[in-house]
Design a protein around this ligand. Sequence first.
Ligand code: UD1
Ligand code: UDP
Length: 376
Amino acid sequence: MIRILLVFGTRPEAIKLCPVVRELRARPGRFSVRICVTAQHRGLLDQVLDVFQVVPDRDLDLMRPGQTLSALTARILEGLDPVLAEETPDMVLVQGDTTTTLAASLAAFYCGIPVGHVEAGLRTGDLSQPFPEELNRVVTGRLAALHFAPTTAAAANLVAEGMPRDRIHVTGNTGIDAVLQVRDALASGALPAGDWPMLDRSRRLIVVTGHRRENFGPAFAGEMRALARLAERPDVEVIYPVHPNPNVTGPARELLGNRPRIHLIEPLAYVPFVDLMRRAWFLITDSGGIQEEAPSLGKPVLVLRNKTERPEAVEAGTVKLVGTDEDRIVTEATRLLDDEAEYARMTRVHNPYGDGQASRRIADTLETHFRRTPAT
Ligand code: UD1
Ligand code: UDP
């Protein structure tokens, strides 16, 4: 029996690891699966656990309002020490680039437990963007024994950094497993679509999210002003599930609150959010996961960043980096609203980040790996 401990803490990690949990649990003769959540996020994490009906075996419940990176990192390291000593897994699986990802990898390393890194190898090459996620992902990669790279470009980044080729596996992104399952279930009626009484279907819908630390302050305020200008158009409606980080909620409410055709709402559970993306004319976001999901739904994305570690859809032309400058955001969004040819160019269903089978490939790879390196 291969004993796997999955450690995660935030919304995107949960969305991208729940399909892996499901796949590993579907092989009960091979894997013993345990889950420890740090709860770096509390409400956002619980929303995802509910949707996927995943119940953690351990919950460190570490989130504090307005937490700092150092304090959070210290709490995770300290909280995981006894968990790892008691669970003694054959491998710890982590996902992505959050503080939980980095601290869990480090804690496992200190305990001599191999780490498997899901969504390995994404790079901007710039430690300041995304901050601190680029560093988190680089260090996690250095600590990992197995790398599950979503794309061949991500795998090439790891090879260029000297990681052993036989430890790198191109699997696709597990987030695409999740979004394709929900998309298909919404389309077939197996999952109910929302009514959205607040939305006026005669208007074109722009779906917005944003939470990147490097954008906090003046850049974020510029983004909010750009959205306010776009919503002055009577043919447009903006819906924005606001991330609960106080650096986001404050300016979003102050600069966009109580305006016609702008709906500031609480973060949505995953299924209604996918439903909302389906209804969008296009999306404006700085989220990593949404950049990956939107192409699978055929929706254009304007990305509020100067660099992305997810270049594939930018190269394919369905995602555009527009930075955080107010005028540039308004110009690019207006083009998507008024220029039919430009809109058509950016509106294409494609799956550069995965085909929905990433979790299966990860489980297969783990089985093969532990056949060669038997679990103790
Ligand atoms: C974190 C991750 C980021 C990821 C994002 C996904 C790090 C450094 N950042 O950023 O990589 O893209 O999650 O959303 O790991 N809060 C709540 N309830 C919640 C979640 C957050 O109130 O359910 C508030 C709290 O005040 C918390 C603050 O948001 O202290 C910041 O949360 P944190 O996880 O530190 O950073 P995020 O900006 O959410
Ligand atoms: N998401 C969600 N509800 C929302 C906004 C986003 O379920 O109100 C999902 C989205 O579909 C994607 C993930 O959350 O799968 C992205 O998370 P986030 O933007 O917090 O983090 P990032 O991807 O930037 O790390």
